[in-house]
Design a protein around this ligand. Structure first.
Ligand SMILES: Cc1cc2nc3c(=O)[nH]c(=O)nc-3n(C[C@H](O)[C@H](O)[C@H](O)COP(=O)(O)O)c2cc1C
Length: 371
């Protein structure tokens, strides 16, 4: 029997997790008009065989103009929903890993080239570009086309788009919704004084800056089945002077908890090119710990968590309830298998792969279940 905390079960609402390993949302920039393609079947399919507790679908735009790039996945049309259903059917045939989706609007960071072609903002008149929107008409960086400031009607429309996408997620049988309130995208733009310079009830004080993200949370929470989790991903800090702080994050997390939020996923940064991030192993874990100390709902830590003992220490010391992996699980999609082997724990493997169990690890794979 393994004593590793990383492999203890966990429950959020109706969702049972076999261990504490979450696959973080990762944009693939491989959709067509917001529709998932067979790349997503390959990508999500292999991650669904990894033995992690939860697979999170990449940032999925609630409106076409909310995509970071023209290759982003969306859930704003019937065609988008149909394409996602095709991918999910394949993945679910071979894996019973719970699947959540991150719903997002990129705001002023929309209309960009895909990263492997440089990632720069595309002008409005580019065939792949469009006019961006934001809380205020302040661009992400100097020289970019400024976003249009959202008026009240536009805010109501975007809130409704989040709801419509959450309803599509429900129809697709997805197990949870994560709202993207991090990395300098629209909801984070409302939170941070660096992007939000409004003088109405959506800007200025912390209470006002939190208003739109909380309205979106309330509307999505009300629209998605009550027994399924709705969580928020936050940037714990902007890592920049005059920006969003960890103290404000804690206040935001408490407000979310009071409204029935199921968990807080603590990332950081993405608001300004002026950010100074002290990058290193576990660099965002202290931010997760600050939130964890202030709320009772589950907290997920992420960011350069790559080693098994490092992950175990985060769960074991109570810094967070779960850890999320992004680059590490792309590099080694069997990370959870290898972690289970390291700790003498068990992990699910698909029937087709059971014969790969190393001879000296006779109890590594739990058998008789899908993926
Ligand atoms: C290819 C790639 C795509 C990403 N896309 C998203 C995304 O869609 N939504 C999001 O919140 N974060 C996204 N991120 C950030 C990751 O979820 C994660 O927070 C970050 O990479 C730090 O974790 P890591 O050190 O384990 O990679 C992405 C990261 C990578 C590497």
């Amino acid at each position: 029997m393994s004593h590793a905390k990383l492999f203890t079960p966990f429950r959020v609402g109706s969702l049972e997790f076999a261990n504490r390993i979450v696959i973080a949302p990762m944009c693939q920039y491989s959709a067509e008009d917001g529709c998932m393609t067979d790349w997503h079947t390959i990508h999500l399919g292999q991650l669904a065989l990894s033995g992690a507790a939860l697979l999170t679908i990449e940032a999925t735009a609630v409106e076409a103009d909310g995509r970071i790039t023209y290759g982003d996945v969306g859930l704003y049309s019937d065609a988008n929903e149909k394409a996602m259903a095709v991918v999910l059917k394949s993945v679910r045939r071979w894996s019973d890993m719970p699947i959540a989706i991150q719903l997002a609007h990129a705001g002023r960071k929309a209309s960009c080239e895909v990263p492997w072609k440089g990632g720069a903002q595309l002008p409005v008149n580019d065939p792949h570009g469009w006019q961006t929107v934001a809380p205020s008409n302040v661009p992400f960086q100097a020289g970019e086309n400024p976003p249009q400031a959202l008026d009240r009607d536009a805010l109501a429309r975007i809130r409704n788009s989040f709801v419509a996408s959450a309803k599509r997620a429900e129809r697709l049988g997805l197990d949870g919704v994560q709202l993207h309130g991090a990395h300098g995208y629209l909801l984070h733009q409302f939170l941070s004084p660096l992007a939000n310079q409004r003088d109405d009830e959506y800007g200025g004080s912390l209470e006002n800056r939190m208003r739109f993200p909380l309205e979106v949370f309330d509307a999505v929470r009300a629209a998605f089945p009550a027994n399924k989790p709705v969580t928020m991903r936050v940037s714990g800090t902007d890592w920049a002077e005059g920006g969003w702080t960890i103290e404000e994050t804690v206040t935001f997390a408490k407000a979310l908890e009071a409204r029935g939020c199921s968990g807080i996923h603590v990332s950081s940064g993405g608001m300004t090119p002026a950010q100074k991030i002290p990058v290193g192993p576990s660099y965002q874990v202290p931010l997760a710990r600050a939130v964890k100390d202030a709320v009772k709902i589950p907290v997920i830590a992420v960011g350069l968590i790559t080693d098994f003992e490092q992950a175990e220490a985060i769960i074991g010391t109570g810094d967070a309830d779960m850890i999320a992996l992004a680059r590490g699980i792309l590099y080694d999609p069997r990370w959870p298998w290898h972690a289970a082997a390291h700790f003498g724990a068990q992990v699910k493997a698909p029937d087709q792969y059971l014969r790969s169990q190393p001879a000296q690890l006779r109890d590594l794979f739990s058998v008789g279940k899908k993926g």
